[in-house]
Design a protein around this ligand. Structure first.
Ligand code: ADP
Ligand code: ZN
Ligand code: ZN
Length: 720
């Protein structure tokens, strides 16, 4: 390696590189200059000294002459070739610009952990492989024999080689073989299933034809639950693959759709990469390389796979496009749909968004003709489930379940049919309150009520995840008696087991699915022997089981109560999606929605499965309140130990943005013991909004404010 270093120095004279570095105190998108005497290109990572630290940076540009004095030298160049091609580098800058965030934060999101310009190292495991180096070296007869026995198997793992021949050492010493580091391969386990092929329905056929022959770039496939949207996707993909192009198939959460992934896999076999958050760094790296090296032509994955290094993308499919997991809720707060449009523009390919409950943003665009609307109105099973609104103001209730629902469960169980119950609250008791002094246990970091978890016998904050020991004594008055108000999924499961002792109950929520592949295991358990599946909103998504005849939704109003302009939309889609889990086969489906507001327009639309009536109503409210998609929106959250500091900074910001419509500041829940204050900024002009928010950021910098700010742009307005 000494020789190699001399050679590099000889070949490459000094260059001056400008580097993005990840560091909290750094101004957005400032670069730092270093001298470099090795070969280096834009898009490579370098290790550089920064203050007393060694940090990993990302090369933004390379100059021949230095622009500043007192330049430090690069410690190490980590990549021989740029990590991102031009398309992705440009995309990184676009995202930084549009979402008002640093380029380095975007790069960290785009790249798999092992390739990130990050201060934390994600180790890739390497293995030694024996490769042929020089065959002409003279060997002893014994060595020759040994070499001949493995000659055809090269390159091979060094560990295997050692097992096969005891005389391997001299082969390396004489230089016949040499060692090479290769990434250790890990296989993502996947159950094999058979590919079922159907005769397409007329509606499916028409949808495929409309999309294939259409002149538009973007299509919104609006199909009721169980109308066979996945099959439409698979057929479209097949055609594009046969033309030698690549397909990106986006799904919201892989864990919830193991069957769907298997269907894609069964259809396209080896040509597929799968990319999602529960892969480890090693696995992600491998899947990423498969795409980069053009070894696969279809990628199925969650939101981060929108950044895969495609070279020849022919189609982007986005399943359940309304799902909130497509928006990243940490920096950079991008929306996958937005990135999809950028990539489609670059690759000149079509985009198909699909959902039974499209986001208002997408449907509004389709309604205006910006996207082409394609609809599937009929279920494959032909019957839509019947919705029963259970008025909790008048209905008799036991253990949180209405008599109508209890009845329906009993009947379903008697007929060996399955039941799905949705309660969007995990844990046992959502609030723990002393009966003597009325003290409520709250999280000191977030200020919200702690949830009691019975199995672990502890209190947990569902906001920050912190857990607290609970000795069943009130810290204030030492009483041992607590109210038993409310119910989470853990308690519901216990209640159900008492009411239906013979039923096999499976619970699926964030607590029961923490381990890797837990989703898939629980779903399999339910499919094979389960009677009742209890869970949070995750049971509303995508499940396709033919024997489910009853769906019960408890506390259906909970999501309507949120103070958030999207709460009705979220509630509608959750109710409609959950309803869609039953009546998918031969048996009819019945849905029981327990509500205190049966006359709410969300409930009225769900009862009719009438998306359009919901859409029209909700658009009116959005118009009245001036919310997306009628305007572009940005929220800025100011966070500080002292609330008055956060408030003051927010007030200054509001004054600075006096030309825009700004709501707030209002105080919202704490995080990490810090007070938070929010501003909402609205504008019909997206360019102006982005420009002004950037100016605001620079304004804060000039004032050297220490209050932390968190910017969240909502990119979906209706272009006039
Ligand atoms: P969606 O995504 O619209 O809810 P799916 O694509 O999951 O619907 O399809 C619902 C069910 O119908 C699946 O079990 C699927 O295998 C089946 N299916 C899809 N298309 C057909 C068809 N043409 N004939 C028969 N069954 C079909
Ligand atoms: Zn007390
Ligand atoms: Zn907390």
């Amino acid at each position: 390696s000494r020789r190699l270093k001399d050679k590099v120095c000889y070949n490459y004279c000094m260059s001056y590189i400008n580097v993005y570095i990840e560091h909290n105190s750094l101004a957005l998108n400032t670069t730092f200059t270093y001298a470099c005497d090795q070969k280096v290109e834009v898009g490579c990572r370098v290790r550089v000294p920064f203050g007393a630290q060694d940090l990993i940076g990302f090369v933004e540009s390379v100059d021949v002459l230095p622009k500043v004095k007192n330049i430090k030298s690069v410690l190490e160049v980590l990549d021989t070739k740029p990590l991102l091609n031009e398309e992705l580098m440009t995309l990184a800058h676009t995202i930084s610009q549009n979402y008002v965030c640093s380029v380095i934060s975007v790069l960290k999101t785009m790249l798999p952990p092992a390739l990130r310009p990050s201060s934390i190292e994600h180790k890739i495991v390497y293995e030694d492989w024996a490769v042929l180096n020089d065959e002409t070296v003279a060997l002893t007869p014994k060595q020759k024999e040994a070499f001949a026995s493995i000659r055809d198997q090269l390159p091979m793992k060094a560990s295997i080689l050692r097992k096969k021949i005891s005389l391997s050492r001299p082969l390396f010493e004489k230089g016949v073989l040499s060692l090479e580091k290769r990434v250790k391969e890990s296989v993502v386990p996947m159950e094999e299933i058979e590919d079922s092929s159907f005769v397409l329905t007329e509606e499916q056929q028409a949808a495929i034809e409309n999309i294939e022959k259409g002149k538009n770039t973007v299509y919104l496939l609006h199909g009721v639950t169980g109308s066979g949207k996945t099959e439409v996707f698979l057929q479209l993909a097949k055609k594009v693959l046969s033309e030698g192009k690549q397909v990106l198939f986006l799904v919201p959460e892989i864990g919830l759709t193991p069957m769907m992934i298997q269907r894609v896999k069964a259809r396209f076999q080896t040509k597929i990469a799968i990319y999602h958050s529960s892969l480890n760094a090693q696995e992600k790296y491998e899947q990423y390389q498969l795409v980069k090296e053009n070894k696969v032509s279809i990628v199925v994955g969650t939101r981060s796979s929108v950044f895969m290094p495609f070279s020849n993308l022919g189609l982007i499919l986005m399943d359940e496009e309304h799902d909130s997991s497509y928006k990243q809720d940490s920096m950079p707060r991008y929306h996958t749909r937005d990135i999809v449009m950028e990539r489609a523009k670059f690759h000149h390919c079509k985009v198909v968004l699909s959902s039974a409950t499209p986001s208002l943003d997408s449907y509004a665009r389709a309604y205006k003709g910006v996207y082409q609307l394609v609809t599937l109105t009929k279920r494959i099973s032909l019957q839509m489930p019947k919705i029963h609104l259970v008025d909790m103001k008048t209905e008799q209730v036991e253990n949180g379940l209405s008599f109508s629902l209890i009845n329906a469960i009993q009947q379903a169980l008697a007929k060996h049919q399955q039941v799905i119950l949705l309660l969007n609250r995990r844990g046992y008791l959502p609030v723990v309150k002393c009966t003597q002094c009325e003290e409520t246990f709250t999280c000191p970091d977030c200020g919200i009520a702690l949830t009691y978890h019975k199995k672990e016998d502890l209190l947990m904050c569902h906001c920050c995840g912190r857990v607290f020991y609970f000795d069943h004594t009130c810290p204030k008055c030492h009483s041992h008696s607590f109210y038993r108000l409310g119910m989470g999924t853990e308690k519901l499961e216990e209640n159900l087991q008492n009411m239906f002792p013979k039923a096999y109950i499976v619970r699926m929520d964030a607590d029961s699915t923490r381990k890797k592949n837990a989703h898939a295991k629980l779903l399999k358990e339910f499919e094979e022997k389960g009677d009742i599946l209890v869970g949070t909103q995750m049971v509303a998504k995508g499940l396709d089981y033919q024997r489910v005849s009853v769906v019960g939704i408890l506390q259906a109003d909970a999501s309507l109560a949120r103070i958030d302009y999207q709460s009705a939309e979220t509630a509608y889609s959750m109710l409609e999606q959950a309803s869609g889990r039953c009546g998918r086969g031969q048996i009819e489906g019945n849905v029981y929605i327990q509500t205190f507001e049966p006359d709410h327009y969300v409930m009225r639309s769900v009862i009719q499965h009438d998306y359009f009536s919901f859409f029209s109503k909700e658009m009116k409210y959005r118009h009245l309140g001036m919310y997306p998609p009628y305007v572009y929106l940005c929220t800025v959250i100011y966070q500080d130990k002292k609330e008055e500091n956060a408030l003051q900074t927010a007030q200054e910001a509001k004054a600075y943005l006096s030309d825009l419509k700004v709501l707030g500041p209002i105080s919202i829940s704490m995080r990490q013991q810090k007070a938070r204050v929010r501003l909402v900024i609205k504008s019909k002009d997206k360019e102006l909004l982005t420009q002004r928010v950037w100016q605001l950021v620079h304004h804060h910098m000039r004032l050297k404010t220490t209050v932390k700010q968190d910017i969240n742009m909502y990119p979906f307005g209706l272009e006039e």
